[in-house]
Design a protein around this ligand. Structure first.
Ligand SMILES: CC(C)(COP(=O)(O)OP(=O)(O)OC[C@H]1O[C@@H](n2cnc3c(N)ncnc32)[C@H](O)[C@@H]1OP(=O)(O)O)[C@@H](O)C(=O)NCCC(=O)NCCS
Length: 332
């Protein structure tokens, strides 16, 4: 069995910044409340027609530049997203075209905020079983397009962005040591989209000659989700560390999904992991769903936070519910 290792990481976040003070003008909220309850100070918003596949392409080009893999050599492109440009073609196919990954097979993975780790699992397995030699794994979202801007319970949390990694086959004893995925559909009611394809709101109303589209936005029950998130993150982290035979104290860095600083701190506390081993970007980007881990990872790499042989844990949870984690021995 082959192994996969990360050979490049990149990210892209839109230039437009929406601060907590800006949001005070949109809903009944305050910078103090958002900062205290979530850790978020500002988030990026895609403007001027910026779509998910374009942000994904910018992150992907940066990841490819860091590696010695060219787009034309990619065998697989997997994009974790819940906000693709359109239902079909997939965001991955649009991305493939933009970067010129002509020989790749391309697909999207929909797993809520766990999309990147689910996509990583798909690519890791394709490399392990010999189906692919080089793969691009992306998390990219335009959440501002599915935000209910009159719901202060959710609109203050979300942001836009994209992150990417390039994986290559290796026969060295390094790279991805474990990926674990879980889901439990019985908690789907805690975070879901109301959209034109949704079952909660009847599908498109067909008026003679007119297709009236329902709005598309997300709905969340924050309090129980918070509790469930901390439980799931701890469970999957311990399982993943066991599978990789790594102890918490051996971790060089944890890059968790950036949903709420209090969730991240609760997880670190339960694990007994020091604050300086946890990489956070939530203050600047909020929750960018599938993009949050690869954005944070690319920034950590650029900032010199990972050295060869360092043990990296990535862990996430999201709508579904889905959750997942990966233990990687760093190799660049
Ligand atoms: C959403 C979240 C930040 C809310 O924080 P909380 O401490 O649970 O707050 P509550 O929902 O209990 O609300 C407390 C009060 O603040 C108010 N409030 C909610 N959002 C507010 C906002 N943006 N500004 C000001 N007040 C707000 C509520 O109306 C409530 O007021 P009340 O006491 O008068 O009823 C938190 O529950 C959370 O982060 N949940 C998990 C979300 C998550 O991880 N989502 C992504 C999954 S991938």
């Amino acid at each position: 069995m082959h192994k996969a290792k990360v050979v490049g990481a990149g990210s892209y976040t839109p230039e437009t910044i929406l601060t907590n003070s800006d949001l005070e003008k949109v809903v009944d909220t305050s910078d103090a409340w958002i900062t205290r309850r979530t850790g978020i100070k500002e988030r990026r918003i895609a403007t001027g027609g910026m779509v998910t596949s374009e942000m994904a392409a910018r992150a992907a080009r940066q990841a490819l530049e860091q590696s010695d893999v060219e787009a034309k050599d990619l065998d697989l492109v997997v994009v974790g997203t819940v906000t693709p440009d359109r239902q079909f073609p997939s965001c991955a196919c649009l991305l493939q075209e933009k970067i010129g990954a002509r020989k790749a097979a391309s697909m999207d993975v929909s797993a809520g905020c766990s999309g990147f780790i689910y996509a990583l699992s798909v690519a890791n397995n394709a490399i392990r079983c010999g189906e692919a030699e080089h793969a691009l794994v992306v998390g990219a979202e335009v959440l501002s397009g599915v935000t209910n801007w009159s719901d202060r319970g959710t609109c203050v949390l979300l942001g836009d962005g994209a992150g990417a990694v390039v994986l290559s086959r290796t026969d060295e004893d390094t790279g991805i040591k474990a990926v674990n995925l879980r889901s439990d559909g019985s908690f789907g009611h805690l975070l879901y989209s109301v959209d034109k394809l949704g079952l909660q709101e009847p599908a498109m109303e067909i008026v003679p000659g007119v297709c009236e589209q329902k709005p598309f936005y997300l709905v969340m029950d924050g309090k129980p989700l918070f509790k469930k998130a901390v439980e799931c993150l701890e469970e999957i982290t311990r399982w993943t560390l066991d599978k990789a035979q790594v102890k918490v104290e051996e971790l060089a860095l944890m890059v968790p999904h950036q949903a709420n600083i209090r969730i991240i701190n609760a997880l670190a506390q339960r694990l007994g992991l020091a604050e300086d081993k946890v990489y956070t970007t939530i203050e600047r980007y909020g929750n960018t769903s599938s993009a949050s881990i690869p954005i944070a990872l690319a920034e950590a790499v650029a900032g010199g936070r990972l050295a060869p042989r360092d043990k990296l844990l990535m862990v996430t949870f999201g709508a579904g519910l889905t959750w997942g984690a990966s233990l990687v021995e760093w190799s660049i």
